[in-house]
Ligand binder design. Structure first.
Ligand SMILES: [Zn+2]
Length: 423
């Protein structure tokens, strides 16, 4: 397939080039050439003179099946929200519910330009099935806790998942102990061992709330990051979700150990957890990806909304502190790097997967365009997120703004039906 005369191609390559009136060739799931007047015998040619094309966005932290719990509880902090409303609803959630929730979330993500998400939850076979059936790409890990469950059962299930889905085309796998406060030191250490053995990401919630920090400091005499570091658990495989309450020393450790942070500003604000100091982290050279967290605490999976919020929050008293380009980087190349997928996704370059998002130049919220910087500015600060087409690995998964593989009407009806047993 050749996409011809693309009005603006936002590459997110090393030089962050935005190319104009350019062609792009896709063969067997990958981008094979970018240039002027590309030819290709017997190849399908698509006129893109009225399209802006950008890399698919990468959600660095979520729990997609929680789409089924969207709006179930809105005015509580993390502890009360989890214990009073979320844990009881999750108790009632079965494999099929998790599958419907994951498809609902996948539809929302695809339709707002996200092509890859990083997920930890339970019922992960259901999430994997939703990934397979929707056309989206994901990094999936079974969330582990051993407060009540047997540590060996938790590890066995997580490893079975790694073994069963490790070689799938659009599924990458990881290890995900939920958090320090829900996992024993033994479970964390085994988890790290398996992450190293299989060379896969280690995804964990860290320093989400001030209470979590206080509790860990009280129990162990050190911060959550210092605690993980003291057990040799930090390296470039680690994706630390949140990092809302990092000290100067925490940031120094994270930078030294090449840990990536997944920033989730909307969920942090909505649960009243705080605001992560993204600018300080960036000064330390820390790789920061952008996530939504689960759709019960956000309550959306739309990364365009998250980008705008990120730009506004971290400019708040100084508009020069973060640029539109730096925000877009977080939701594309930085998230891809956090997931260990920087060679495959996150930018539009020869050899990478053809995960492409197309936006109509007729879209009012993308108009007018003040040059190449203006395209990026519109994507971060004005675009409403309603994309026209989405390709994942060269396959068309959104067409005219609607999902190709997901029957949206049926899924929405099913979500309405299933919610009744969850409250
Ligand atoms: Zn989370």
């Amino acid at each position: 397939m050749i996409l011809q005369n693309i009005r603006y191609l936002v590459t997110q390559n090393e030089d962050r080039e935005v190319l104009e009136n350019i062609d792009l060739r896709v063969e067997d799931s990958r981008i094979t050439e970018i240039g002027k007047n590309l030819s290709g015998k017997n190849m399908v040619k698509v006129d893109c003179s009225d399209r802006i094309i950008m890399p698919g966005l990468v959600n660095a932290h979520t729990h997609v099946s929680m789409a089924l719990l969207r709006g179930i509880s809105d005015n509580k902090g993390l502890d009360e929200w989890l214990n009073e409303d979320i844990f009881p609803a999750e108790e009632a959630m079965g494999e099929y519910d998790a599958y419907v929730g994951a498809l609902l979330g996948a539809a929302e993500m695809l339709k707002s330009g996200t092509t890859t998400f990083n997920d930890m939850y339970f019922h992960m076979d259901s999430v994997a099935k939703a990934v397979e059936n929707s056309g989206i790409r994901a990094l999936l890990s079974k969330g582990m806790t051993d407060m009540e469950d047997e540590i060996h059962d938790q590890l066995r299930e997580a490893l079975d998942f790694v073994k069963n889905y490790g070689g799938e085309e659009r599924i990458n796998v990881g290890i995900a102990p939920h958090a320090i406060y829900t996992c024993s030191n033994e479970l964390l250490s085994y988890g790290k061992h398996y992450s190293e053995m299989h060379d896969i990401p280690f995804h964990i919630h860290v320093s989400e709330t001030l209470d979590e920090n206080k509790d860990v400091i009280e129990e162990h005499g050190m911060s959550p990051i210092e605690y993980l570091d003291s057990h040799g658990l930090l390296d470039e495989q680690v994706i630390a979700a949140h990092g809302t309450w990092l000290s100067k020393n925490d940031r120094k450790i994270i930078a030294e150990k090449n840990v990536s942070v997944a920033h989730n500003p909307a969920a942090n604000l909505k649960l009243g957890s705080g605001i992560a100091d993204v600018n300080a982290m960036r000064e330390n050279g820390i790789n920061i990806g952008l996530g939504t967290d689960g759709p019960a605490s956000n309550n959306s999976l739309n990364l365009f909304q998250e980008m705008k919020l990120t730009g506004l929050l971290h400019k708040r008293d100084d508009p020069t502190r973060i640029t539109e380009q730096e925000v877009l980087d977080m939701a594309t190349v930085n998230s891809a790097r956090a997931l260990g997928l920087e060679e495959e996704i996150g930018s539009i370059e020869k050899g990478k997967k053809a995960d492409l998002v197309m936006i109509s130049t007729d879209e009012p919220s993308m108009s007018p365009v003040y040059g190449k910087r203006g395209v990026v500015s519109n994507l971060v600060f004005s675009f409403n997120g309603g994309v026209s087409e989405v390709l994942v690995g060269g396959e068309l998964v959104v067409e005219n703004g609607n999902c190709v593989e997901i029957d949206e009407e049926t899924i929405v009806d099913e979500a309405e039906r299933l919610k009744q047993k969850l409250v």
